[in-house]
Write a protein that binds this ligand. Structure first.
Ligand SMILES: Cc1cc2nc3c(=O)[nH]c(=O)nc-3n(C[C@H](O)[C@H](O)[C@H](O)COP(=O)(O)O)c2cc1C
Length: 269
């Protein structure tokens, strides 16, 4: 539901021009409005609310007063540093993140863009190392079972490099991380493949800015796929699947320089 405060509205049409689904149109009195039959097409993207120069638009109960003003952005150089200095962290301090840092990270998840602004993503956030130990123990035991039964050889022929570590009980999946965020998507979401990865890429950028180390956990996605106890532990809703997994925590390693990666193939047109 979009409401226009006609006492404030300048009739500038900024909201109408920026409405991607064209539900906002100009009424006979010159003010923007949404015809009742069009309301169901609104994506609740809140562009109308964000673009209005005088705060005259209310979108799905969000008023201009409830939305924060725009603030300063990182410079191109600090942003580039952040991108170049991000490393996959596989050595973590034992302690949990403080609640302020954890809350800032969790809060940032709300701003991830999703296909068609589908807001049905489900995030499981492991906020305590002791809870993380459940996932770790389950996977160590599952991996040892797969090795002993020979199933691992069939699933992952190159596993031999990790065999000794697995049998010694090393956490090669969750990397001894104290925390994990699991992004889950409804199986019928319009962009079910992309949304979870984008969400955790945003989470990653926020984490870097707070000095929190992260590591993508592609193996973790498989772990959730194959081990029901993990899915149950995060309370995966019916009709959902785990899309992407990221480990995080205070890093216990410090890098002295950036890397110099090989450039990707590119065609500049
Ligand atoms: C889709 C994806 C899945 C990954 N899965 C894992 C994983 O399961 N375990 C792990 O230790 N690293 C994983 N990584 C991290 C990559 O190995 C890492 O990004 C790469 O070696 C480059 O190192 P850097 O991130 O420090 O620049 C994954 C990365 C991506 C993008």
């Amino acid at each position: 539901m979009i409401r226009i405060d006609e006492s404030k509205c300048l009739k500038c049409k900024a909201c109408v021009k920026d409405c991607i689904v064209k539900v906002l149109t100009i009424g006979e009195n010159g003010f923007p409005h949404v015809r009742p039959e069009d309301e169901r097409f609104c994506l609740n993207c809140q562009h109308c609310l964000a673009v209005c120069p005088v705060g005259a638009v209310e979108c799905h109960d969000v008023t201009a007063e409830k939305a924060a003003p725009v603030g300063p952005l990182p410079t191109a150089q600090t942003m580039m540093n952040l991108l170049c200095q991000r490393r996959s962290i596989r050595q973590y301090k034992l302690e949990d993140l403080d609640s302020e840092t954890m809350d800032a990270l969790v809060k940032s998840l709300a701003w991830t863009p999703t296909g068609c602004n589908d807001h049905r993503l489900f995030f499981a956030v492991v906020r305590r190392r002791t809870e993380m130990d459940f996932f770790r123990d389950k996977m160590v035991k599952s991996m040892q079972f797969l090795v002993k039964t020979g199933i691992m050889r069939l699933l992952y022929p190159n596993f031999k490099r990790y065999k000794d570590d697995i049998m010694a009980g090393e956490d090669i999946i969750f990397r001894n991380a104290p925390h994990m965020v699991v992004a889950c998507t409804p199986k019928n979401a319009p962009c079910k493949e992309a949304d979870p990865w984008i969400a955790l890429s945003y989470f990653d950028v926020m984490a870097q800015s707070l000095g929190v180390g992260t590591c993508w956990c592609g193996f973790g996605v498989y772990a959730f796929k194959f081990v029901k106890a993990l899915r149950e532990r995060i309370g995966l809703p019916n009709g959902y699947k785990v899309g992407a997994v990221m480990l995080f925590g205070w890093p216990d390693v410090e890098y002295k320089r950036q890397t110099a990666p090989k450039q990707f193939q590119m065609k500049l047109l």
